[in-house]
Design a protein around this ligand. Structure first.
Ligand SMILES: Cc1ncc(COP(=O)(O)O)c(C=O)c1O
Length: 393
């Protein structure tokens, strides 16, 4: 295969959130920034997916869809091949997006005022859905020791045992700090949740982007006592750059939990997808492996470039080398800038649309998240702009 990840594509971006001037203005106060904020890829997707979509478009008929046994089988085969995870397809449910699934589950299994535990700095939409449902955000902040993020199990035990905190959302791999949790870490989290009757929701949307030397462990790869007490959510959206097409799946081996979620999905009609979803996801799981391996190598090369550039040219900005995900977490704290000054440096002086770390919780202050799933020449241009901005006083 000869995918051209270096290429800057000139397509109609007018409907893309990431490039939309109104969004850019509201996020960065400036429409003239190189955008690295939305967690999606700027690469054309795998050729097999494009072919499948073209074929579907050419059929000219776009009826209601359902998830065929074949589609479920292909999903399970993908997880077996990529992550050695054995899934029982009868445990699968489908919904429109991972966030839809998380919100529906939180709403179903908790009442207003209950607490939902998250691990900041973490994907900011977790906070939004919890707050929008009038539940309380309960923080179990990650501990950063010399650039490596770890779970604070003592604090987690305290939060989980409070009695009113009924759900925990685990982000694995973790966006934005890039940790891929080990089986032992997962087991410890799950043990704490089980003892305290906290339902564990494992958001595994980034599970396919794993770098050399690391292995993805799904919560569903643990022993039955753990898999029965948790729910996994995922989607091929991030992996294949199809977040605008795909829907999401929920995997709940526990019959009672699954039936409750299924009934919520049916009551609120949360299971509908569009006529292109099945074609895209089938093709992804059947034929996307080789393309994905190439993209991961490409991203590894980009990470090496960034690390070298920052060490040599901007040594007071530190890159946390990610174990997974295409987000990188940049530590600007040595520059001693407050939030306003960091935003000014990034958006006004350097012309870069990065997410400020504070968005992910107060633990993210002094950091910024950069999505590196862009052509390397664009990343290089961004680094040059940053160097110039920092060197001009
Ligand atoms: C950890 C995590 N979960 C969920 C989502 C959103 O997924 P979806 O578009 O399927 O709701 C994102 C998107 O960035 C994410 O990073």
């Amino acid at each position: 295969m000869n995918s051209d990840f270096d290429k800057k594509h000139k397509i109609d971006f007018s409907g893309f959130v990431k490039f939309n001037p109104a969004y850019l203005k509201s996020m960065f106060g400036n429409t003239d920034v190189l955008p690295f904020w939305v967690a999606e890829t700027d690469f054309k997707t795998a050729p097999g997916i494009m072919e499948a979509l073209k074929k579907t478009a050419e059929q000219g008929m776009y009826g209601y869809q359902y998830k065929t046994p074949d589609l479920k089988k292909n999903l399970a085969t993908w997880f077996k091949k990529r992550h050695n995870l054995t899934m029982n397809t009868s445990g699968l449910l489908f919904t429109t997006s991972v966030l839809t699934g998380l919100a529906a589950i939180i709403d179903e299994f908790t009442v207003a005022g209950d607490g939902v535990i998250i691990q900041p700095p973490v994907y900011s939409e977790f906070q939004s859905i919890i707050k929008n449902l009038n539940r309380q955000v309960i923080n179990n902040p990650l501990k950063n020791t010399d650039g490596k993020y770890r779970i604070d199990f003592e604090d987690l035990e305290e939060k989980a045992s409070a009695g009113t905190n009924r759900i925990m959302i685990l982000c694995n791999p973790h966006n934005p700090v890039g940790r891929v949790w080990t089986a032992e870490e997962l087991r410890q989290v799950s043990d704490i949740c089980i003892v305290n009757n906290v339902l564990l929701l494992s958001d595994e949307i980034h599970s396919d982007i794993i770098y050399s030397g690391h292995m993805f462990n799904s919560i569903m790869s643990l022993e039955d006592e753990h898999t029965n007490a948790s729910i996994m959510l995922g989607s091929p959206g991030k992996t294949f750059g199809i977040p605008g097409i795909s829907d999401a799946f929920i995997y709940a081996p526990n019959n009672a939990l699954r039936e409750t979620i299924k009934s919520r999905i049916m009551r609120f009609r949360l299971g509908k997808s569009n006529a292109f979803t099945n074609a895209a996801t089938q093709a992804a799981w059947l034929s996307g492996g080789e393309w994905l391996d190439e993209m991961i190598s490409y991203l590894e090369n980009t990470i090496q470039y960034l690390d070298k550039f920052l060490k040599e040219e901007l040594p007071d900005i530190t890159l946390t080398i990610p174990e997974g995900t295409y987000q990188v977490w940049l530590d600007f704290r040595k520059r001693g800038l407050d939030e306003k000054a960091l935003k000014h440096l990034l958006t006004k002086k350097a012309g870069l649309g990065l997410n400020l770390g504070r968005q992910y919780g107060e633990e993210g202050a002094g950091f910024a998240r950069m999505n590196i799933a862009s052509p390397l020449p664009v990343i290089q241009q961004a680094m040059e702009q940053l160097r110039t901005a920092i060197n001009i006083r």
